[in-house]
Design a protein around this ligand. Structure first.
Ligand code: HEM
Length: 144
């Protein structure tokens, strides 16, 4: 980026827009029966870090790295079983959130492209791997 170019952060209206984006995204995660069990019960800390990360990534203040350290996103996602289906849900929710918030071109395409590639990069399990995050209680033993 040259000095005269505006960052996505500035283009879309700064921190307040990222707050709205993350709210719109997490609202969808919360209602998603496939993704919701993967996330911790308390969604607030994750929401906060995601917001700070995105602000930093898209050219805003660098509070994420100051408070949290290097993002190492693949490593931070390693504890979660992320398959193609989970990734597709995630990406769909993010695209819908971008539109709900009303992010305009050219920022819209820049963000979609990043999320499309970035979410695929986070895949760490194939579709056939038993998903231990989605285990279900075995049926009650009838013999006792
Ligand atoms: C471009 C794609 C993605 C980005 C930029 C991203 C970004 C982030 C960030 C910044 C965090 C917080 C890390 C921290 O604790 O400091 C996070 C947490 C998380 N992400 Fe992602 N993520 C992406 C894709 C995905 C995908 C595809 C999934 C699953 C389908 C996923 C599931 C999660 C989960 C379960 C957490 C933990 C939430 C928590 O601890 O509350 N992420 N992500």
């Amino acid at each position: 980026m040259t000095e005269t170019e505006q960052s996505v952060y500035e283009m879309i209206g700064g921190t307040e827009t990222f707050r709205r984006l993350v709210d719109a995204f997490y609202k969808r995660v919360e209602a998603d029966e496939y993704l919701r069990p993967m996330f911790p019960e308390d969604l607030e800390p994750g929401k906060y870090w995601q917001m700070l990360f995105l602000i930093q990534f898209f050219g805003g203040p660098t509070q994420y790295i100051e408070d949290r350290g290097h993002p190492r996103l693949r490593m931070r996602h390693a504890p979660f079983v992320i398959d193609q289906k989970g990734r597709d849900h995630w990406f769909t929710h993010m695209c819908e959130a971008i539109d709900e918030v009303g992010i305009q071109e050219p920022a819209r395409t820049t963000m979609r492209d990043y999320f499309e590639r970035g979410s695929s990069f986070m895949i760490n399990a194939d579709q056939n791997t038993p998903n231990l995050m989605h285990w279900q209680k075995p049926p009650k033993d009838q013999s006792t």
